[in-house]
Write a protein that binds this ligand. Sequence first.
Ligand code: AP5
Ligand code: MG
Ligand code: ZN
Length: 212
Amino acid sequence: MRLIFLGAPGAGKGTIASAIGTERGLPQVSTGDLFREAVKNGTELGLRVKGIMERGELVPDELTVALVRERLGRPDTAKGYILDGFPRTIPQAEALAAFQRIDGAINFRCGDEVVVRRLSGRRICRSCGAIYHVENMPPRREGVCDRCGGELYIRDDYRLESIRNRLRVYREQTEPLIGWYRGRGLLHDIDSEQTVEKSLEQLRPLLAGLRS
Ligand code: AP5
Ligand code: MG
Ligand code: ZN
């Protein structure tokens, strides 16, 4: 099954992609994670995207599409995948449609206020990437990953002005994709303002009904 997770920053795409990906054996392909990995390793790509990400702007389409094309060429995606945070522009969606047939695009509906609250409490494991929230999903020991014992950190693009910019960029460049996928009969909305379990309860029957 080939899925796209659409939604504002902080809507919960990464959290749900990780949970449902584990349940269904689908790899989670997050362009944000791939770019952060490149920045951490100091690669040429990483050097190009570091400032762009800190400001909350979008990485140019050519670079992003090339990265995804390479990633989807690897054998673990042969039976399907979850694209988390890609596509984010109409040209990216068009480029993807030219080489992949998608089974569904899930739209994580979530208002700005909830998003800001979620992002301000988010913590991520430096070793395995697990996502926590200081109030909603706290780790058993503060600052330490339940899964692997790794150190939890706050992402660089969490600063209020960067979040505001990411939300503006989302409205201008990514939100039009909702209509784009709806027009192709591929869009499915979920209410992402409630708990993680509630999102999963909406998603499971929805995925069971998708042809793939
Ligand atoms: P990316 O990493 O994709 O960031 P984003 O889309 O802004 O989304 P986030 O990862 O911040 O939020 P999320 O929806 O995954 O929420 P999460 O599950 O973490 O992109 C980063 C940057 O990379 C971009 O700004 C851009 O520069 C670049 N980039 C990436 N893709 C690109 C592309 N295609 N084109 C161009 N540039 C690109 O949840 C947030 C918090 O809420 C967590 O703490 C979590 O524990 C908590 N939470 C989640 N769900 C719930 C719930 N249901 N109830 C309670 N708490 C919850
Ligand atoms: Mg994410
Ligand atoms: Zn961990």
